[in-house]
Design a binder for this molecule. Structure first.
Ligand SMILES: Nc1ncnc2c1ncn2[C@@H]1O[C@H](COP(=O)(O)OP(=O)(O)OP(=O)(O)O)[C@@H](O)[C@H]1O
Ligand SMILES: O=P(O)(O)OC[C@H]1O[C@H](OP(=O)(O)OP(=O)(O)O)[C@H](O)[C@@H]1O
Ligand SMILES: O=C(O)c1cccnc1
Length: 496
């Protein structure tokens, strides 16, 4: 297996679930392949029992769509697939169709670094049914993961209250692409740097790090190890003090810090990676201050997450920098976001779009029908509510009522005159042509920071966050209710 060369043979078209291809074939065979459809990608519940989600992954989606093409090897692989009678599974005419297929969809999506809420689309795809369908799995794969990690990173950074969070996750990440995508999403979510050098090279994320216990253990004594490190990196010394005895380690760090100072250099700080981090950081702070190193930083690491960081802050630990790996890049303790991709409208012969709904016993799982978008209202820079609305319907400018999609008794009145508004789904592709330029990663990271700023702190707290209002505009609410009632009646007819 070559992982360093040609693994994907230049094409990601087969990075999909098999059923997308069987459906694609059946669409083609039944003459529906080119019928226009609308799909929406959204999630139903915030991860980590939180009150917000931070979108990430659009740049990967753009790249995927731009390169959406079945290569020669892909077609060859499909041509060799057999059914249970040993016959070719796919008709050569279909494979021909696939090999000539060009991406021609319209895509609208929230920009990376946008704060998003349940049931509102993050991506809307409009185009030939077969293409929309084939995009389901890769779009979900990309958005589910990166959005989850960006959200986790945002939570960890909120807990650190502006102090630097260094992402240390590579060794514990879910494979190679998982690690790279996680480093990128963590940076969007507010991390200061990554330990993953390849992520630094590929995405321009600042790279930083300290040293490991193995460095200390390779010397006779800890002091010698610190001295040798100080020789190699006199301007970048963060000494890991807990290999043998943490407080003795701090003493050794101070000794080497003094020697550095006599050479006109300053140690950056120490790292503590075990034990009671509140106790040891406070002791270390006292010792460093007394020795004349009040500016030396104390880095903490060891299975940290937003909850432990919040607890350590509550204990007034003297930690200035947070090294976070495993629980960030594996999205502890929620392994997936659970976003879905649902058909919401289909175009019929007379050119009109028919809104579509999927009925479920759980009202949470009934999708939002039609061709819709999301508008966010702001008051004095703070987000007050999101409205999901049908793009082709007039909205009463004097007063809007938005209705909770799960519980229609929950309603909020919006006076658009008093608010600024932002349409959240931005045009990304038109008929397969890219019409959006991705900002660079630091611009995306700044957008994430200002989006989080625009969200009231009650939605950002870790425990029982206040629910941010997201509702359907009245016309859309009525359409959805009507379709649900109609579908239920149809169901009853079926049973008879
Ligand atoms: N004062 C504290 N309050 C809350 N949690 C803490 C505190 N100090 C450390 N922790 C966390 O408690 C956990 C300690 O785990 P564990 O007991 O495995 O670490 P340890 O004692 O340092 O052992 P090891 O050397 O194996 O890392 C870590 O997740 C750490 O971040
Ligand atoms: O705890 P994380 O959030 O994943 O942060 C990264 C960890 O990776 C390193 O040690 P490693 O886990 O390799 O070994 P150790 O825990 O036994 O020191 C480092 O010392 C951190 O503890
Ligand atoms: O640079 C570090 O201190 C580091 C990097 C990866 C994992 N743990 C720590």
């Amino acid at each position: 297996m070559k992982i360093t060369k040609d693994l994907y043979q230049g094409s990601l078209a087969l990075l999909t679930d098999f059923y997308q291809l069987t459906m694609a074939y059946a669409y083609w065979k039944s003459g529906k392949a080119e019928q226009e459809a609308v799909f929406n990608l959204f999630f139903r519940k915030h991860p980590f029992q939180g009150g917000f989600t931070l979108a990430a992954g659009l740049d990967y989606v753009i790249d995927y769509c731009k390169n959406f093409k079945f290569g020669k090897e892909d077609i060859h692989y499909l041509s060799e697939m057999k059914d249970k009678d040993g016959e070719r599974l796919f008709d050569p005419g279909f494979l021909d169709y696939l090999s000539n297929m060009k991406f021609t969809c319209d895509i609208d999506a929230v920009e990376e670094g946008t704060v998003v809420f349940p049931n509102a689309p993050m991506i809307r795809v409009k185009g030939p049914l077969i293409q929309c369908q084939l995009l389901e799995t890769p779009l979900l794969n990309i958005f589910n993961f990166q959005t989850l990690i960006a959200t986790k990173a945002a939570r960890i950074n909120l807990a650190a209250k502006g102090e630097p969070v260094l992402e240390f996750g590579l060794r514990r990440a879910q494979g190679i692409d998982g690690a790279l995508a996680a480093s990128r999403a963590s940076y969007i979510g507010g991390c200061t740097s990554t330990s993953n050098v390849m992520a630094g090279k590929l995405f321009g994320i600042p790279v930083s790090g300290t040293h490991a216990h193995s460095w200390i253990m390779s010397f006779e004594t800890e002091l010698e190890a610190f001295e040798a490190y100080a020789d190699a990196f006199p301007d970048q010394c963060i000494f890991l003090v807990d290999t043998y005895d943490t407080l003795n380690g701090v003493k050794n760090a101070i000794k080497v810090g003094e020697a550095l100072r006599s050479r006109g250099k300053e140690m950056v700080g120490i790292r503590i990676d075990s034990g009671d981090l509140a106790y040891y950081s406070n002791k270390a702070r006292e010792m460093l201050d007394e020795a004349g190193f009040p500016d030396a930083k104390i880095v903490a690491s060891n299975d940290l997450d937003e909850h432990i960081i919040t607890s350590l802050k509550g204990q007034e630990a003297s930690i200035n920098v947070w090294g976070v790996g495993t629980k960030l890049v594996t999205a502890f303790d929620q392994p997936a976001l659970g976003a879905v991709y649902k058909l919401s409208a289909i175009r019929i012969e007379n050119g009109t779009y028919v809104p579509k709904i999927k009925i479920s016993q759980q009202s949470l799982k009934i999708n939002v029908p039609g061709f819709h978008n999301v508008k966010r209202y702001y008051s004095k820079g703070m987000a007050v509510a999101d409205m999901i609305y049908l793009e082709d319907q007039e909205i009463n400018p004097k007063g809007i009522v938005i209705i909770d999609p799960i519980d229609s008794t929950r309603r909020k009145r919006i006076m658009p005159y008093f608010y600024q508004e932002e349409i959240l789904l931005k045009p990304i592709f038109r008929e397969g042509k890219q019409v959006y330029t991705s900002p660079d990663l630091s611009t995306i990271r700044n957008r994430a920071a200002s989006q989080l700023e625009s969200l009231d702190k009650t939605h950002k707290r870790m425990v029982n966050p206040h629910l941010y209002p997201v509702g359907l505009e009245e016309n859309l609410h009525h359409l959805r209710t009507e379709l649900v009632l109609k579908a239920q009646k149809l169901d009853q007819k079926d049973e008879k």
